[in-house]
Design a protein around this ligand. Structure first.
Ligand code: DGL
Length: 244
């Protein structure tokens, strides 16, 4: 029987960092990456539109044999992971801002949370923030145009003027609550001169558990079978190739 796929979905290039981490850890696994770059960014869109676009992507993905899917997008997770879980029989993992490790690593500290408007306004985020607001001073901030800037300048990230997108201030830690921002991880780290949390490794670990993949080492020399789908298939494939 042909081996099933692990599927990754993001509005655009953002989820590629998760795909990269997954491929590094699990050589030989077959993956689908669905990027909806033509409609990115999602973060400033209303709830119904985000769910409609996610549903379209999942309808496409589910035509293939899937062992598990990762919503490699904080915005889609925040808006509609539950709806997707009700509709599909394969397990679905979502990425969420790594507030917990940041707040617990800096008790009482100032923790900046960068995320899209949709993520910050979601009920899931409200819950997550109230759960850890006693542990640290959590400061949510939406750099409204940043995901779009990453999407547009992915082959020339130097063009993005961080000063125009990031808030002023001193923080003890920064949480990247949008996978597009992870392409700027190093720059953001030096900009604020503090640790940055992105939750990528933990999310990939969780994905492997639900997909029932336990062999990290036995196929080290085998390449991953990668299939790029969606309106940004070509772009995402070439971004991925330049990353790895
Ligand atoms: N990469 C996505 C996230 O993690 C979405 C960015 C966007 O499309 O606005 O939130």
């Amino acid at each position: 029987m042909e081996e099933k796929f692990t599927a990754f979905f993001d509005s655009g290039v953002g989820g590629l960092a998760l795909l990269g981490e997954f491929c590094k850890r699990f050589p030989g696994e077959r993956c689908i990456y669905y990027g909806d770059n033509a409609n990115a960014p999602y973060g400033n869109r209303p709830h119904a539109e985000i769910c409609f676009l996610a549903e379209k992507a999942f309808a496409e993905i589910s035509r293939y044999p899937i062992k598990a899917a990762l919503i490699a997008c904080n915005t889609v997770t925040a808006e509609c992971v539950e709806e997707m879980r009700k509709k599909y029989t394969f397990p679905i993992v979502g990425i969420e801002p790594a507030i917990k490790p940041a707040a617990l690593s800096f008790p009482g500290g100032k923790v900046l949370l960068l995320a899209t408007r949709a993520t910050l306004q979601s009920e899931r985020m409200e819950k997550l923030l109230s759960e850890y607001s006693a542990a640290a001073d959590l400061i949510p901030y939406c750099p409204q145009e940043l995901a779009g800037a990453v999407e547009k300048n992915i082959f020339d990230l130097e063009k993005i003027p961080l000063a125009e997108h990031l808030p002023k201030g001193k923080f003890d830690a920064v949480v990247l609550g949008c996978t597009h921002y992870s392409f700027l991880r190093k720059k953001i780290e030096s900009w604020f001169a503090c640790p940055v949390f992105d939750g990528i490794a933990a999310t990939v670990r969780r994905l492997a558990i639900v997909a029932n993949i336990c062999s990290e080492n036995d196929r080290k020399t085998v390449k991953n079978g990668l299939f790029f789908m969606g309106s940004g298939a070509k772009k995402n494939k070439s971004v991925f190739e330049t990353m790895n």
